[in-house]
Design a protein around this ligand. Structure first.
Ligand SMILES: CCCCC/C=C\C/C=C\C/C=C\C/C=C\CCCC(=O)SCCNC(=O)CCNC(=O)[C@H](O)C(C)(C)COP(=O)(O)OP(=O)(O)OC[C@H]1O[C@@H](n2cnc3c(N)ncnc32)[C@H](O)[C@@H]1OP(=O)(O)O
Length: 187
């Protein structure tokens, strides 16, 4: 998870959403951010300054692992989604290759998890990033932490590997296609 010596600092794409702007779901049925996914996290991410974002996720009863506490895998999903959303600011399509998570404090149901994440380095197709999640407010104590390594892919990654039903539905949705294309023209 340590960037190689030839890694460079990330560069915010000129067309990246402005600081403060909500990113919106990348896919309506996404378990992390989709608004058509009732069991999901419905995480909302917002662009920050630089190659950084903030995000919020409210822990619901459906997200329990132990009585009244968030499941660790759900918290890892929130971190993964937050880190993945950073790639919007680079205008790069990328998937999670590796995710290292520290669970520091238990997170009760009804808690709003306040996440912040930034890209730390880029090396070829590899994007290195880090995130924390706080409870009790944006400056509250850290409950979870993660480092991510994302690998840049072409849109074909999804077309070649996804189930045909969902791929066809996504490709016939002009909004979805526009979003996917915007990433393909990364200079
Ligand atoms: C019209 C349809 C539209 C559909 C698209 C819709 C939307 C898309 C747009 C935007 C998305 C925006 C936001 C998404 C936000 C959050 C989502 C959460 C993200 C996820 O939840 S996503 C799901 C989980 N994720 C996977 O499903 C990946 C499965 N996996 C693979 O698909 C392959 O494994 C792949 C592609 C990763 C690599 O395969 P590959 O063949 O392309 O590349 P290769 O193996 O050569 O690796 C190249 C260099 O990365 C290094 N490397 C690779 N893997 C590593 C690892 N694990 N650890 C350490 N280093 C690793 C190598 O060591 C090498 O490094 P080096 O260059 O230095 O040698």
């Amino acid at each position: 998870m340590t960037p190689p010596d030839d890694a460079t600092a990330p560069v915010r794409h000129p067309d990246a959403p402005a600081p403060g702007e909500l990113l919106g779901a990348h896919y309506a049925h996404c378990f992390g951010c989709g608004d058509a996914q009732p069991h999901g996290l419905m995480l909302q991410a917002r662009a920050a300054e630089g190659v950084a974002i903030t995000a919020e996720f409210t822990v619901k009863p459906e997200h329990q692992g132990a009585p009244g506490l968030a499941h660790g895998g759900v918290l890892a999903t929130a971190l993964d989604e937050t880190l993945g959303s950073l790639n919007w600011l680079l205008r790069v399509i990328a998937v999670t290759g590796r995710l290292e998570t520290d669970f520091v404090r238990p997170v009760p149901v009804d808690t709003v998890l306040h996440l912040e994440a930034e890209v730390t380095a880029v090396a070829g197709r590899k994007i290195y990033s880090t995130a924390v999640g706080r409870i009790g407010g944006p400056d509250g104590e850290i409950a979870v932490r993660a480092d991510g390594l994302f690998i840049e892919v072409k849109v074909d990654h999804f077309i070649d590997n996804g189930r045909p039903e969902e791929i066809q539905a996504a490709m016939s949705d002009p909004d979805q296609v526009r979003r996917a294309r915007a990433f393909e023209v990364n200079p």
